[in-house]
Design a binder for this molecule. Structure first.
Ligand SMILES: [Zn+2]
Length: 239
């Protein structure tokens, strides 16, 4: 190599290095803005055993708001009004439902397992000051693990859902379990629901939402993004 060749080589090398640096910085910027999918977490996890609540007990009531336009999003985000939980959580929930019968109530389920992509959608459309009411998709929701359930009560005598201190998914302080406003009856029913749900130590309320309960072993299940149509159950094998 003579002097000229060396200079040409160095020039070429620097040009390649510059192109490489530009490509890396563009890729990094794109990746920072593009959602990378559900967080995996440390694991190991129990195998998923999502079961459909009405298959285990058809007397539990469903009012799946995200399968209708009657929700804070204003549009249906589920194609089917169905509710699934991991088997131990489903069993614990149904035992609460059966016990409430003696008090004249049944459980109405607003939401249970929720695919991660729906959590991401909710986060993206919610203004930052209201994000205490939605889960950060970078962490995932307990709903994504099939271990959270949104519930209310219905009156066995009238068949009607009972009023609580605030509406389901309402993004105000009326949703807090410590909210002291509303009527005596509304607070009493909210507290009755909480007592029934927490009695066995399987579920714990989310203090900012009277309807949201987490199952105690939620961390043992992975975050999932499978649609309802892809979920099988022991009594109904996946087709
Ligand atoms: Zn919830």
């Amino acid at each position: 190599m003579n002097q000229k060749d060396i200079e040409a080589f160095v020039k070429k090398y620097y040009r390649l290095l510059a192109i490489f640096c530009i490509v890396v910085s563009i890729a990094t910027a794109v990746m920072a803005q593009t959602p990378s999918g559900p967080p995996m977490g440390p694991g190991p996890y129990r195998p998923s055993a999502l079961v459909e609540l009405v298959k285990l007990d058809p007397t539990i009531r469903l009012d799946i708001r995200y399968a209708t336009a009657d929700n804070f999003f204003g549009k249906a985000v589920y194609s089917e009004p169905r509710a699934f939980l991991q088997r131990p959580a489903a069993d614990a929930l149904l035992s609460v439902h059966r016990r409430l019968k003696a008090q004249g109530y049944g459980l109405v389920v607003y939401d249970a397992y929720r695919p991660w992509s729906v959590t991401k959608l909710f986060w993206d459309i919610t203004p930052p000051e209201k994000r205490v009411f939605v889960a950060d998709p970078a962490v995932g929701s307990v709903h994504n693990r099939g271990c959270a359930v949104d519930v209310g009560l219905f009156d066995l005598r009238t068949g009607r859902e009972v009023e609580m201190t605030g509406a389901y998914d309402e993004m105000t302080e009326r949703s807090f379990v410590t909210y002291t406003g509303g009527t005596v009856e509304q607070r009493a029913r909210r507290d009755l629901l909480r007592k029934a749900m927490e009695q066995d130590g399987y579920f714990f309320v989310y203090p900012e939402e009277w309807w949201h309960y987490n199952f105690k072993d939620s961390r043992e299940y992975a975050i999932q993004d499978i649609p309802f149509s892809a979920i099988g159950s022991p009594s109904e094998p996946k087709k």
